[in-house]
Design a protein around this ligand. Structure first.
Ligand code: F0G
Length: 358
């Protein structure tokens, strides 16, 4: 079998790169499209539900697809410095690819609001970490201004079109695997780059006749951080899903376009719905994701309740990041889970095992 060589190698003809730059791939992409065993039954609608598990990318989130393209482009343009604002995953990915590309990387993070796994990644890959007293939106504004003042700096947030180009490949992979686009695509919305990217990817495949239909795009925000749903900037966004704690998304327009053009919608789910979905995925499907990723499942369940999904449909849910990104959240959520503590005694061990039989 031909081995996987990364998204640039696989989809080069659909990416805006000149092709003579060094290859910095970490073999990102080609993530599994895992059939859900439980969600279809729960919905009672005879659906084919799949998880696009982006937590299995090299830095454990979907950001790697966009980052490999943005970083390759930065090299082509002889940039020396890359910067980003981030709730964590963009920073982790930027730091890893910058290490590979020998580019100087500065990541600007809202202070105290980054999950431990993501912060560790940015540190170990050697990014310069700048903690900003403020939220993500303040931090985003700052880096946009900074990049505009210094031409040698490449901004690698999703306002950079190369990021969107790279991330659209997830839609290609889904169509390649299913043989067509799904009927519905559901994903979390934070800065709104990813929904913009998926919609672009689906449209390109459809226009090239590589798929016969277009999916309805259903994007979900967290209720306390739902500017698109509410139609106004949220000054102090709040949600346990730190990755999408964003009050003024950079690709707001892209998200609205995706929803409108696809006859989809942008909705919101509550933190308790997110936590329930987070636990469900791990407990019932064996898939560990970070809280923001569980928004896809919470959104799916909500869409089913609201009768937004036709029976016999194919539905894809993107799981954007791995659960190990945010172990502190798991611990804080489930610290009261019962644990057995025993001496190394066979009687005690037997008692426990026999006790859980019923
Ligand atoms: N899920 C995860 C795990 C994320 O890290 C993000 C965004 C999203 C969903 C939302 O995607 O912004 O394209 O709408 N994380 C960004 C970051 C903001 O800085 O890592 P989006």
């Amino acid at each position: 079998p031909r081995s996987w060589l990364g998204i640039i190698n696989r989809y080069r003809d659909r990416l805006p790169l000149c092709g003579n730059s060094i290859n910095i791939t970490l073999l990102e992409g080609n993530t599994p499209l895992i059939p859900s065993l439980k969600l279809s039954r729960i919905s009672g609608k005879d659906l084919n539900v799949y998880f696009k598990y982006e937590g299995l990318n090299p830095t454990a989130s979907f950001k790697d697809r966009g980052m490999v393209v943005a970083m390759t482009k930065a090299l082509e343009q002889k940039k020396q410095i890359v910067i980003c604002a981030s709730t964590g995953n963009t920073a982790a990915s930027a730091a890893a690819y910058a290490a590979r590309a020998d580019l100087k990387c500065f990541v600007f993070l809202p202070q105290g609001k980054i999950a431990l796994g993501k912060l560790s990644q940015a540190m170990i890959h050697g990014a310069e970490i700048v903690e900003v007293e403020g939220n993500f939106d303040d931090t985003m504004r700052l880096v946009i201004k900074l990049a505009s003042l210094k031409p040698e700096i490449e901004l690698v947030n999703s306002v950079n079109p190369s990021r969107i180009e790279g991330q659209k490949t997830a839609a290609f992979e889904i169509c390649d695997t299913l043989g067509d686009a799904p009927d519905y695509h559901i994903l979390p919305v934070g800065n709104a780059g990813n929904i913009t990217a998926y919609w672009k990817g689906y449209k390109e495949y459809y226009e090239s006749k590589l798929s016969k239909k277009l999916p309805q795009m259903l994007g979900f925000q967290a209720e306390g951080a739902a500017p698109i749903v509410q139609g106004r900037i949220i000054e102090n966004p709040t949600t346990i899903a730190s990755a999408i704690r964003i009050g003024n998304p950079a690709s707001w327009k892209g998200a609205l376009e995706a929803a409108r053009e696809s006859a989809g919608c942008i909705g919101a789910v509550s933190d308790s719905e997110i936590i329930e979905a987070y636990r469900f995925l791990a407990y019932q499907e064996g898939i560990f994701v970070e809280p923001a990723s569980a928004v896809s499942v919470a959104g799916f369940l909500k869409a089913c309740k609201q009768d937004l999904i036709r029976p016999h449909s194919t539905v894809v849910l993107t799981l954007t990041g791995h659960g190990l990104k945010d172990p502190s959240f798991t611990e804080s959520c489930f610290s009261s889970f019962p644990r057995h503590q025993i001496l190394p005694s066979i009687e005690k061990a037997l008692k426990i095992v026999e006790g859980t039989k019923q």
